[in-house]
Write a protein that binds this ligand. Sequence first.
Ligand SMILES: Nc1ncnc2c1ncn2[C@@H]1O[C@H](COP(=O)(O)OP(=O)(O)OP(=O)(O)O)[C@@H](O)[C@H]1O
Length: 318
Amino acid sequence: MIHVHNLFVELTHSQPRTYILRDISLELKKGEILGIAGESGSGKTVLSKTLMGLIKEPLIKTDGTISIKGEKYSTLSHLKKYRGRFFSMIFQNPSASLNPVFTVGYQLIETLMTFNKEMNKKEAEKEAVKLLSEVEIDHPEERMKSYPHNLSGGMNQRVMIALALSTNPEILIADEPTTALDVTIQAQIIDLLLKLNKQKSISIIFISHDLSLLQTICDNILILYAGELMEKISASDLKSDMIRHPYTYALKSCIPDINKKEDFLFSIPGTIKSNTAEDDNRCVFHDRCNYMTNICETKKPKINESINYKCHHPLLQK
Ligand SMILES: Nc1ncnc2c1ncn2[C@@H]1O[C@H](COP(=O)(O)OP(=O)(O)OP(=O)(O)O)[C@@H](O)[C@H]1O
């Protein structure tokens, strides 16, 4: 459904040249759930916004193509027509994404009528109630009259999902959709997304810091670091520690083990840095990697269709 080839997004007018996304290629199939993980600042949100053609200065796409349903685009302005109709997005904080001065019903009806010009108000109202019950909101007719501040965070996230579904998208981009919710509500929202994925064959791009969640719900996971794709791994390989890249391994080691009493929690030493022209000929993770050798400082490792990790010293070959 989507193929991204060698995508570069840079920060304009920066010295040295600064890459926000560098040489990213990915593929998303119909019905697939693709996870995107990485530390804060690794480029997860910029990648999803680039797919929707939503980035603007100072961010600029400098190279690469995005193919959607066989149509190949090298400029982002052409992606506008897919926004809403093909891609919908749900965000971290539903209460901030909904308009506080309009009822839930009004916001759904407006969106439905904007995207379906032939739909009249009565039909849109009926469809809005149907959407609210599809996202498992009780008494949907009554809820139509509620304002976002009348609803809990979990209910608002369900309304956001209903809004996202109102355009009948083929891909849902969920950017940390449960981070602002408490744990029990998180589980309900995840269950709802998985149900929609199964029932409607909607593909989902799920952005999260939470590797343990991603390995449970996704088919494949992309590990980003400083704007570069470090590894593409299947959920089953991640679960069974069939990990190649030291960064993926380090990220997974940050998940606390409930069965072990530990004196301290593991964290990756150092901090993520900007990806600049200085990284042209070296591994961008080299300065934080336990396996670093001379080659890591002089040659950038490659990731491609046959090698799913960007590392000179993949772990399983040791
Ligand atoms: N409008 C912008 N102007 C300048 N830099 C930006 C802009 N938007 C994002 N960036 C930079 O791009 C990098 C990637 O940001 P992004 O928000 O995609 O990270 P992320 O992985 O989603 O982080 P988080 O998990 O904290 O949401 C960061 O270094 C960020 O500072």
